[in-house]
Design a protein around this ligand. Sequence first.
Ligand code: GLN
Length: 485
Amino acid sequence: MSSLPQTIHEARSLLRSGAMTSVALTEAYLERIVQKEPQIHAYLHVAADAALAQARTADERRAAGQDAPLLGVPIGVKDIITVQGMPATAGSRILQGFMPPYEATVSRKLREQGAVFLGKLNTDEFAMGWSTENSAYGVTHNPWALDRVPGGSSGGPAAAVAAGEAVAALGTDTGGSVRQPAAWTNTVGLRPTYGRVSRYGVIAFASSLDQVGPMTRDVRDNAILLEAIAGHDPKDSTTFPEPVPSYVDKLEGGVKGLRIGLPREYFTEGMHPGVEKATREAVARLRDLGAVVEEVSLPHTDYGMPVYYLVATAEASANLSRYDGVRYGYSAKAPDLLENYLLTRGSGFGQEVKRRILLGTYALSAGYYDAYYLKAQKVRTLIRADFDAVFEQYDALIAPVAPIPPYRIGEAPTDPVSLYLLDVMTLPSALAGVPALALPAGFIEEDGAQLPVGIQFIGRPLDEATLFRIGYAFEKDRRPETEDR
Ligand code: GLN
């Protein structure tokens, strides 16, 4: 790697000391994007001119004596989050050419703190997927093994951060879409507590599950970025009024005496032995560091998959009904209105999105609502109760993120059920609304490639601080060279 700063905190010290300007830093990142994109394809839109203009403003602000946590730091944003002045496609043909007339609260917050937006990053269509293969704009390649997927749906952000094409990025996690790509690219990804971060201006997939999460190269950066985007938002009534703590100040606590549960249900059949090994090794390391790790049970884990695919598809079918080809985005331009709806939606949405609209519409339809949607909501409550019960005795849980390492492009399981089972370890926590932090835990060597493996720490609602603290201790133990961060 080059001598370019790779993290927010490194970039920040160079900017603060005057060793580098934001313009120089942004130019260097834009240069890397030009070099790397032919192999990686993480970006759907690169905003070079706007980024340089923001960088100049950041340098002027600094010269005038101002400082802010992200002043002058170049970052990327998943293309499902709106940024003023940039197109937003959600990876879908149906939003081709859409320029949002507003900006997400998370983007506004980053802009106000002086961040530089490099551009918009690839995603599976409407965040439905595992790999970016469902994007209407081509697949992103895993920087660790170019013939493999980076994970998804936030595969663009994960690959950009892993390849050094952005210092950090924002992704979204509905059922695992920040954590699984982080695990597959050796990066750090947080799914915050549902309601910790505003969803205003984030293109909706499943409103009771969607959360924006930071994707970074290390735990400290993740804490910095969460601090920057979290908090109450009058434009999103599901956000918590609780003030945002300083996560960064609490990184150093260590894990001594913390009680961590290891859910036995997460060791599923079909799990790759390398994933199990990495998880067991992580447990051993945490014990060496003084944590108490004990096996626990989350008995309703197996229901996570069916419940998620009822709730998420039901909400998606409602959210996606607004794309009618009339007011914005792609339109088939048929002369007859009904024909226009049918053609626009028929050719504007991809196959996985259509499958989910059908499933969700069915689950919500008269006569089936009680049997499917309502039942799923009740089981969701049981899943949440599993977490409440273990958190009475444990400070956090440790678990694998995905049962297998990244697969080759084009070699995903072909039947939908096997595909949906890839998410068994990330769905229950998403349904429960609790936070979870995924971070690097090692590699599996396969066919001469090093395939990243991650683990996740799952925490109590609004207790991201404990996850960062455990993650920081774990990361420091694995990578002692980063000690002087
Ligand atoms: N892979 C899951 C899905 O396809 C999760 C996606 C997400 O979190 N956005 O729905």
